[in-house]
Design a protein around this ligand. Structure first.
Ligand code: GTP
Length: 427
């Protein structure tokens, strides 16, 4: 048997001199079915294979198309594969539906291909340059020496991949097709019978399996590798975007959390001293009232006010006044227990909530504070004192009542001369 040595994926001779390609798989199938052994006669081109058959050096052509000029010396079996011819051109040429639109261009085909004869018969003025191999034909188109290379679609694809010719494209599919048959020398009519039977016995599944072998998974490693890297790059890109977005959102969340913390602090703390403000004090009053209802143990409050603070402001200025208020706040905070709460009630007026403490207990604390303030060396060269009013929460009264009693007591302390503590009576 002679074959086309370079017409993959249909047929070819590999580096070891063995028959390969779609036709090789079909012959392996048919040999097994009909118990025949076929010997390959090596040739260097399709032209030479045709010549060998005419010269009696081989009896079979692995695949051949029925064309008038061969009929004297070649019979063909029932055709069993059909593939349309197509034109591969440079990518800037538009796809055309009808070959007639481009029939005047110059084409290139492999010497001896049946398609050359078919096209010349149909388009007598067509210009076809013939070459020895599909690669030569494709290269001529690639380098602009011819307009289009004509062959079957699978051959064009396969050969472009094989030779790394990546930028040509199919610009036209002809309505002419290769109907592939086994070619048998007219000298061996009984061989034709054998092949016709083998072809008839080939099931659709067997045919498809052979074709899939060559037409869908050629160069699997290369394409799989490319797909793998493309996928990997895609996944990495996606991952990068996700991580970036996550970090952005995380960062924004952190900023929001910080802002919330700041707002929380601002809403509950006095901006100058950092002590609890009225809102926070009232929250705590509610907690203490609830707790005292259950434990029967009450709480007391101390209202205190810096004496003659207006004079300090007048004498040293408002900024120094602020510093004194801050210093005063630090001093108070350092003196109360952890359970107590110091807040700024107004300008230079403060409130100490003494948890689970009677008015006598509150008095002791007030006295300590009074003495500390009086003896403390503030930033100004002047003694500072404070006056105190104390009240104990009475069950059933509102917190407003408790505060008012402490305020009234403070007023009394001021009236009595300042630097004094006055306790609101138990009734
Ligand atoms: N620097 C400063 N001064 C304040 C602030 N809040 C209130 N003051 C001042 O504190 C002074 C309070 O004056 P008064 O209510 O007359 O009372 P006082 O001078 O302390 O006198 P007595 O309370 O009667 O002992 C006013 O001058 C207010 O302007 C503040 O945040 N910073």
């Amino acid at each position: 048997m002679c074959v086309d040595p370079d017409w993959l994926p249909y047929e070819g001779i590999d580096e070891r001199g063995e028959f390969t390609g779609i036709m090789s798989d079909f012959y392996a199938l048919w040999s097994a079915k009909s118990n025949m052994s076929i010997q390959l006669i090596n040739t260097s081109s399709w032209e030479q294979s045709l010549q060998f058959l005419q010269d009696g050096k081989c009896d079979i052509l692995a695949s051949a198309q029925d064309v008038p000029s061969r009929r004297e010396w070649l019979n063909v079996s029932k055709p069993f594969i059909f593939y349309p011819l197509a034109v591969a051109t440079q990518p800037d040429h538009q796809f055309v539906v009808k070959f007639e639109q481009i029939q005047h261009r110059d084409f290139v085909m492999v010497e001896g291909y049946a398609g050359v004869e078919l096209l010349r018969n149909r388009y007598p003025d067509i210009t076809i340059t013939t070459v020895d191999t599909p690669r030569e034909g494709l290269k001529m188109v690639e380098s602009g020496k011819a307009y289009g290379y004509i062959d079957t679609v699978p051959t064009i694809n396969y050969q472009m991949l094989r030779w790394g010719i990546s930028h040509l494209k199919i610009s036209n599919v002809l309505d002419l097709q290769y109907a592939m048959s086994v070619g048998v020398s007219t000298r061996e009519p009984q061989l034709l019978e054998i092949f016709n039977k083998a072809i008839a016995d080939t099931t659709k599944v067997e045919r498809q399996r052979v074709l899939n072998n060559w037409l869908s998974i050629e160069y699997p490693q290369q394409s799989n590798t490319i797909i793998f890297w493309q996928l990997l790059v895609g996944v990495l890109l996606l991952l990068t975007v996700v991580i970036y977005r996550y970090r952005q959102v995380h960062h924004q969340n952190q900023n929001l959390q910080n802002l919330n913390n700041q707002l929380e602090r601002i809403s509950r703390h006095d901006h100058l001293t950092g002590l609890a403000n009225r809102y926070a004090l009232h929250e705590r009053f509610n907690i203490e009232i609830e707790a005292s209802a259950q434990s029967k143990q009450g709480f007391s409050i101390i209202m205190l006010d810096v004496d003659y603070f207006k004079k300090i402001n007048d004498q040293y200025g408002h900024d120094i006044g602020d510093e004194i208020i801050k210093e005063f706040a630090r001093l108070l905070r350092s003196m109360v227990r952890e359970n107590d709460l110091v807040g700024r009630w107004g300008g230079e007026e403060f409130l100490i909530l003494c948890s689970q403490t009677t008015r006598n207990g509150a008095f002791q604390l007030a006295e300590q504070v009074r003495q500390q303030v009086q003896n403390y060396t503030f930033a100004i060269a002047q003694q500072i004192t404070a006056s105190f009013g104390i009240s104990e929460y009475r069950h059933g009264e509102t917190i407003g009542d408790t505060i008012k009693r402490a305020d009234d007591a403070l007023y009394l302390a001021k009236n009595k001369g300042r630097n004094l503590i006055v306790m609101a009576g138990p009734d």
